[in-house]
Design a protein around this ligand. Structure first.
Ligand SMILES: [Zn+2]
Length: 460
């Protein structure tokens, strides 16, 4: 029995309009992988560019980095990922279906499991011998055991000398291990941040909800290094900064909330964590975790590498290991949140029904659709020239197919803020009709003013 998927309409739009395709589709698909199509890749790029601009380019106190996906395996020993980046897992002995044990207990018993360790999970399973495998109905599970979420691979060309390495499960450690390099080369002074965007990999037992939780994903992370004693102030600064940045993308504020972690949810070294959550069609989900991590990470890398990762204040000459505030954002989740937030159906069920993405113009994959009214009488020539002028500045679409209403409909579903129609009058007045996506208002604009007209309205 299929469960009604609250994301169904958005997933369908993503496929229909070239935002997101199921991964490896012509080979029957590979579970929980996705490929971003022509319009999805533009939206991802726009999100990354906006983030980089606000968090790196516009800030004198933050620099960028692009560290490797493959790092020395000791990095993950130091970070604790080798020993404790685990999820508890059980397998059905009958059909071999695999479940994340804590999630399974939550689903089956409706209990809270975040406070249960592996022994606690074992106990709960023993207390409930009637629990069935949701896929085959058998009551025969393996003992729960810890399953490490890092993807392993082998490095090296000769048999026997292979080194086991991991695909990074987070981008943060690449920043910590380059702390010394950045301080020594870039004339940064505490407080300062190092930011990067990149792919991470986690071999989740359960991955679901479209692109919300995938085993391959992209992060936009920053480590902000500050003097001990100032971390609370910086933590508050970054919570506010991140929230305003999200609101600046046009995300409706009633769909955003700030959730502080309870003390029992916190890692032992953490002084506080706040999640910025979005109200997805399947419920509230984390977009951004902002954590006050003390000097734990640098301290661990000092211990494991034997290298000094202290900072000396140039004025007071005082030496210390900086404290860290980490805002970590999942790009693919943000992508999904932005789409869910922008998705709207007007006049649903009527002949006038219109599906549109009310994307912030700076995020829209295409900034303008350009249509000659007919494919003759010199109109395509005018429209093609306009296309070339605008394409120097932004991605734009040129469309001659079907009636104007159909062309509008397609662009509305892509979230294109402006549609420009070149008609017979354009030959005389050198103007075209610009139709705005949300209001459907139309305006005649001079062809030679079109670049300025659009630029003024993109609010980059
Ligand atoms: Zn089973």
């Amino acid at each position: 029995m299929a469960i009604e998927d609250p994301l169904k309409d958005i997933v369908a739009l993503c496929k229909r309009r070239g935002f997101v395709f199921p991964g490896s589709e012509i080979y029957g698909g590979l579970s929980n992988t996705f490929d971003y199509g022509p319009y999805g890749s533009e939206l991802l790029r726009n999100l990354k560019n906006r983030w980089w601009k606000a968090f790196v380019s516009e800030r004198a106190d933050v620099v960028g980095l692009d560290s490797g996906i493959l790092l020395h395996p000791r990095v993950w020993e130091a970070s604790g990922h080798v020993s404790s980046f685990n999820d508890p897992m059980i397998d059905c002995k009958n059909c071999r279906a695999r479940y994340r044990a804590d999630q399974y207990l939550e689903d089956q018993l409706g209990i809270e499991t975040s406070n249960l360790d592996l022994d606690g999970i074992k106990k709960k399973l023993l207390e409930n011998p009637d629990l069935k495998c949701p896929s085959c109905g058998a009551k025969d599970f393996t003992e729960p055991r810890q399953f490490n979420l890092m993807f392993e691979t082998k490095m090296g060309a000769t048999a026997g000398s292979d080194l086991t390495v991991y695909l990074r499960p987070e981008t943060a450690q690449g920043i910590f291990i380059n702390f010394r390099n950045v301080v020594d080369t870039c004339r940064v002074r505490v407080p300062f941040g190092i930011a990067q965007i990149g792919k991470s990999f986690r071999n989740e037992i359960i991955a679901r909800q479209f692109v919300f939780r995938t085993r391959e994903f992209e992060q936009m992370e920053m480590e902000y290094f500050c003097a001990p004693g100032t971390q609370k102030e910086w933590f508050e600064h970054w919570v506010d900064f991140c929230k305003s940045w999200l609101e600046g993308l046009g995300i409706q504020s009633e769909n955003l909330r700030v959730r502080s972690h309870d003390p029992e949810e916190l890692a032992f070294y953490s002084e506080g964590t706040v999640d910025l959550e979005y109200n997805f069609p399947f419920g509230w989900g984390e977009l951004w975790g902002i954590a006050s991590r003390t000097s734990y990470d640098l301290g661990k890398h000092m211990e494991f590498s034997g290298k000094k990762l202290e900072y000396q204040d140039p004025e007071t000459k005082e030496k210390y290991v900086p404290f860290v505030v980490e805002p970590a954002l999942g790009l693919n989740r943000l992508f999904l949140a932005v789409l869910c937030d922008a998705y709207e159906v007007e006049d649903a069920g009527t002949k006038e029904q219109r599906v549109l993405l009310k994307l912030h113009p700076s995020l829209a994959p295409v900034k303008a659709g350009i249509f000659p009214l007919v494919k003759k009488d010199g109109l395509p020539e005018i429209a093609e020239k306009l296309y070339k002028d605008l394409a120097k500045h932004w991605p734009v679409d040129y469309d001659t197919s079907g009636n104007i209403g159909k062309r509008y409909y397609r662009q509305d579903e892509l979230g294109t803020p402006f549609c420009i129609t070149v008609d017979y009058d354009s030959k005389d007045d050198q103007k075209a009709t610009v139709r705005e996506r949300d209001s459907k208002n139309q305006e005649r604009v001079s062809l030679d003013q079109m670049v300025n007209y659009i630029r003024d309205r993109l609010d980059d």
